[in-house]
Design a binder for this molecule. Structure first.
Ligand code: 3PG
Length: 305
């Protein structure tokens, strides 16, 4: 079987070597399309692929139409909003993700962004510390749980809300569960977003919600840009000169946010999962899932059931 790794933002070399070894050990063949700049390159490369490994690369109906042999696509990572699941199902293609594999990398970056923010982006002026501050985690999945673990090391007081995770599970992890997301924003000095981009969450981080934060509040986004209502956050930050916003996903309105000098920072390109360890973990998990699918019909991680 031919397995294509198509990554506009490539994996670390060690991860690619690991994926290749895994795929070949199972008697499958690896093809590589990295740093492609045109969709046409992807459409051409998928023509004879039986399986596809991607990152945030978009797999829509057009890609699936071109991929006549495709049986499985694995998103090496957590969020699969870049795959058109209905189109995958219509094309009889199994879609999977690799949950948890890059969670620690994303969680560590949250603290990279946070220390940078509370120390005034290293401008030389006195900042504040994280110890003793209240951290709110919005969604207690794999990344949220790693954020909670690291936050405790910083001596933070940790709160979480997850619409799909029972309060008992959150409390069992030594984290205060709150009743809803409004309470999380009201209670916490810092709120870190770990929700996926779904029809329910898109644009949900809005003026009313972030406006509930106390003076000096910090919003951290390492999830998806689509969950932020950008015009409303811009309006709020213009009114509330105390608020800071740090993000690993550059907003569409980056130029407007940049006007809030000293209160806004975005990485130039999503860096959360961009570590050798995360690439290796997620890439090899994807390769193993593909091998298991071809060998035993295993679909444990299927997201378009
Ligand atoms: C994920 O959903 O796993 C992360 O956002 C990482 O995405 P990336 O592979 O595009 O860096």
């Amino acid at each position: 079987m031919k397995v294509l790794v198509a990554t506009e933002k490539p994996f670390a070399a060690a991860a690619v070597n690991g994926i290749k070894a895994e795929i070949e050990a199972a008697g499958n063949e690896l093809a590589l399309l990295e740093k492609y700049t045109e969709k046409a390159q992807l459409l051409d490369a998928v023509k004879d692929a039986d399986a596809l490994i991607i990152r945030s690369d978009k797999v829509d109906a057009e890609v699936l139409d071109a991929a006549k042999q495709l049986k499985i696509v694995v998103r090496a990572g957590a969020g699969y909003d870049n795959i058109d699941l209905a189109a995958a199902t219509a094309h009889n293609v199994v879609a999977e993700n690799t949950p948890g594999q890059n969670a620690n990398a994303v969680a560590e970056l949250v603290f990279g962004l946070l220390v940078f923010a509370v120390r005034n982006f290293y401008n030389g002026k006195a900042g504040t510390e994280l110890m003793g501050k209240k951290l709110g985690i919005l969604a207690f999945g794999n990344v949220g749980r790693n954020v909670a673990r690291i936050a405790k090391g910083f001596g933070m007081d940790v709160y979480a809300y997850d619409a799909f995770c029972p309060a008992e599970v959150i409390e069992k992890a030594g984290v205060h569960a709150v009743a809803n997301q409004e309470a999380l924003f009201e209670t916490c000095d810092v709120v870190s977003l770990h929700i996926p981009a779904t029809p329910e969450t898109k644009q949900s981080i809005n003026y009313a919600l972030v406006g509930k934060m106390k003076k000096g509040g910090i919003l951290v986004n390492t999830a998806r840009k689509e969950v932020i209502n950008e015009p409303e956050l811009l309006k709020l930050m213009a009114e509330r000169e105390d608020l800071k916003f740090v993000t690993d996903i550059m907003p569409d309105a980056n130029a407007d946010f940049q006007k809030f000098e000293g209160r806004y920072f975005s990485t130039p390109k999503k860096m959360g999962a961009q570590t050798a360890e995360a690439n290796t973990n997620a890439g090899i998990a994807a390769a193993k899932q593909i091998n298991a699918f071809f060998k035993d019909g295993d679909t444990k991680f299927q997201v378009n059931k």
